[in-house]
Design a protein around this ligand. Structure first.
Ligand code: AMP
Length: 301
């Protein structure tokens, strides 16, 4: 069972209170793919420029990630520059260069079209819809978005929301999308827009899951040091959907377990800059931290 992701493959320049990094590998699809690849084969759909180094592609290949859906175009790769505040939950976008991403029309290789598990990473909802339209068979579609698309492309976004099963979104974005400040009301309003399940990411405070019949809350894995939160959300989504694909269990119990796997994978990502920690972590380490998470949240015994 494999997972298909469409999203950005990027250069990120990042400043956190603990240091900085220039033009390192980033992007929603990169984090998602590396995170999900612990659990299941992954296929990426995205675009890179001529400046994108082979060593990054090799890194994906070494993790068994299928790159046939990555197109190399004339021009530069998408570049994002961000700075985190002392309160690491707050970040500013300092620069955003779409470069080859502007005008990109995703083209799925034929063998990607029976995708089953799909993650529509944070890109233009028009591109997300383009991918959905090319898929013949799908079992589960999970979508992410951000404030920019909620503000600028609400009509296109609402069409995408009607075609997905699950939405992964930050708490501030959930408020913006719904118009409600209270997060429970916000989630209920979003459920009426199409998705059957809404997963609300709350940074170091964890994740809330809402559906018509259930609510589930989990903390983030408590860490003493968070170096770089970039990609935590996409790593959460990768761990979550990777585990759902691995288990095939979409019951409420299976979804809860997958949410915890998502939190565990994200906790590795934030321990170092960029994707670094995702490339050194192993599945046994992830399973061990998952067991610790079970103890952390156990109050029955
Ligand atoms: P996250 O921290 O999980 O929300 O996502 C971080 C990633 O999002 C970074 O690696 C950036 O390259 C990417 N990113 C930042 N801004 C955008 C944008 N406007 N569209 C798509 N991807 C973006």
């Amino acid at each position: 069972m494999s997972v298909l992701v469409v999203g950005t493959v990027a250069f990120d320049s990042i400043e956190t209170p603990f240091g900085s990094a220039e033009r390192i590998l980033g992007g929603s699809a990169s984090y998602f793919a590396l995170a999900a690849s612990f659990f299941t084969p992954v296929r990426i759909v995205g675009v890179i420029g001529q400046d994108f180094p082979e060593e990054h592609l090799d890194l994906f290949s070494q993790r068994g990630i299928d790159l046939e859906g990555i197109k190399r175009e004339r021009g530069d790769t998408f570049h994002w520059r961000g700075r985190y505040h002392e309160d690491i939950n707050v970040r500013d976008t300092l620069e955003l260069h779409l470069n080859v991403l502007s005008g990109f029309v995703p083209q799925l290789p034929d063998r990607y079209r029976d995708a089953e598990y799909v993650f529509l990473g944070n890109i233009d909802p028009v591109m997300q819809m383009e991918v959905l339209n090319q898929i013949r068979r799908m079992r589960l579609v999970v979508c992410d978005t951000m404030d920019h698309w909620i503000r600028e492309s609400s009509t296109e976004l609402s069409k995408v929301l009607q075609r997905i099963e699950m939405l992964v979104i930050n708490d501030s974005e959930a408020r913006l999308l719904s118009g409600y400040n209270n997060i429970v009301r916000a989630a209920r309003a979003i459920l009426k827009m199409g998705p059957k399940v809404v997963l609300i990411k709350r940074g170091e405070y964890g994740v809330l899951q809402f559906s018509d019949s259930s609510v589930f809350a989990t903390p983030a894995y408590p860490l003493e040091e968070v170096f770089d939160p970039t990609g935590a959300g996409d790593s959460f989504a990768g761990g979550f959907l990777g585990q759902l694909a691995r288990s095939g269990d979409q019951s409420q119990r299976g979804i809860r377990r997958a949410i915890v796997y998502g939190c565990v994978v994200a906790s590795f990502t934030v321990e170092d800059f960029g994707v670094k920690r995702l490339t050194t972590a192993s599945l046994p380490e992830i399973e061990e931290r998952y067991q610790r998470f079970v103890q952390l949240t156990d109050f029955h015994t």
